[in-house]
Design a protein around this ligand. Structure first.
Ligand code: SF4
Length: 395
């Protein structure tokens, strides 16, 4: 387990060493917004509106080669190719399919280091993204086998936060993802499932590999791309943090038009237990996190989510539920609790909670007046469930 000093040391590393390797003469355009693309094209003597056209081609039409972008004149496409411009996005290089329809992907970024991250597609969601029944899907007119879906997106390769119950933590932090690599996971999955943005009900949860608030700028740049260029609603996006207080404070400053909903990965009823299973709690204890969340101005009917992983015998007792209820009351902002029964992973010495313990925990919270939902485990058989993302290729 890490001491606070070591955590601080790791945070230092995050700031200094985690950008993707330099790309030589290649100019990666996927990940740039229309305005930046326009600036690049104007430098090459093109009118500004060509930037918008290029953005449309990459993010709405989801084209991955200059050749396919026939809305641009051939001459321009040839010029861009000569300038080593690349318009391709991160690619799905491996697919693992669960019996429950969940798909886990290894996605390779655009950087030359060939690093992969994991992205998960959950048709019909896991009851956690809205958690209150408001996401019930309508009948599917287009003949798709799903009526709503959730995409779980990674923000870093590996993670430095070291939650003791999480397989991703075993990788350590390899590097940050760029905005293009974060948004690219989404666009690649939208394309694979022929999602019609604006018509199909797709939620995004930034709960895959990594801590989004330790890669804040790239994470928020990706959100802006997904909202402004891809056309997804920020109200259908949720970012989950382990409780990085400076990140939450920055998040509180974001304009609501591009701000996802916020989830706090709470996972324990008090600081003593939380510090054991999430060493980051020694740096930013529960009250500091709750104080920071109070600064976020919520939209009407918006609620913060407390994610709570039930670890058998460690965090799943009725007295823990009562402590969580007291914490919720003290917080004083609208919130709900999402329970997740821990998903086992090799080399992690925790137990799954019993079905009875899960039910009792949920009932106890509900009896205390706390809105509480139980997330269905999705894709356990392919290591796609919560806390299981570690690029497990034998899935
Ligand atoms: S639970 Fe999230 S923050 Fe914690 S180690 Fe795993 S990926 Fe990192």
């Amino acid at each position: 387990m890490l001491s606070p000093a070591v955590i601080a040391h790791n945070s230092q590393l995050i700031r200094l060493d985690t950008n993707p390797p330099a790309e030589g003469s290649r100019r990666l355009f996927f990940g740039l917004d229309a305005e930046t693309l326009s600036a690049h094209l104007m430098e090459a003597g093109e009118p500004a509106w060509r930037g918008r056209q290029l953005a449309e081609a990459m993010y709405r039409q989801r084209l991955t080669s200059l050749d396919a972008m026939t809305t641009l004149p051939k001459r321009l496409r040839e010029d861009l190719a000569k300038m080593d411009v690349e318009v391709g996005r991160p690619r799905i290089v491996q697919v693992f399919r669960s019996v429950d329809g969940t798909e886990r992907y290894l996605v390779e970024g655009q950087a030359a280091d060939g690093q992969t991250v994991e992205t998960v597609w959950m048709p019909e969601g896991d009851e956690g993204e809205a958690g209150d029944g408001s996401e019930e899907g309508a009948a599917d007119e287009a003949g798709k086998s799903w009526s709503r879906a959730t995409i779980c997106v990674s923000s870093q390769v590996g993670c430095a936060v070291n939650c003791q119950f999480c397989l991703t933590a075993k990788l350590g932090l390899q590097r940050n993802l760029t905005a293009g690599e974060i948004a690219g996971q989404v666009v690649a999955v939208l394309d694979r499932h022929a999602v019609e943005v604006g018509r199909d009900r797709v939620n995004l949860v930034f709960m895959g590999m990594g801590e989004p608030f330790l890669n804040y700028e790239n994470f928020m740049a990706a959100v802006r791309l997904l909202v402004e260029e891809v056309g997804l609603s920020p109200q259908r996006m949720t970012v989950s943090t382990s409780g990085i207080v400076p990140g939450i404070e920055r998040f509180a400053e974001e304009p609501p038009e591009v701000r996802p909903k916020l989830a706090i990965s709470l996972n324990a009823p008090n600081d003593a237990v939380r510090s054991e299973i999430m060493p980051i709690n020694r740096k930013w204890p529960i009250e500091a996190v709750v104080d920071a969340v109070r600064q976020v101005r919520l939209r009407s009917r918006e609620r913060v989510t407390f994610e709570y992983v039930l670890l058998g015998g460690v965090t799943d007792r009725p007295e823990h539920a009562r402590e969580v209820a007291r914490l919720v009351r003290r917080a004083g902002f609208p919130l709900k609790v999402n329970l997740i029964a821990w998903n086992p992973g090799p080399g992690i010495a925790y137990s799954m909670p019993t079905g009875d313990a899960v039910e009792t925990f949920k009932r106890t919270l509900a009896a205390e007046g706390v809105p509480v939902y139980l997330r269905r485990p999705r894709g356990r058989d392919i290591y796609a469930a919560c806390g299981q993302l570690k690029r497990t290729v034998e899935g």
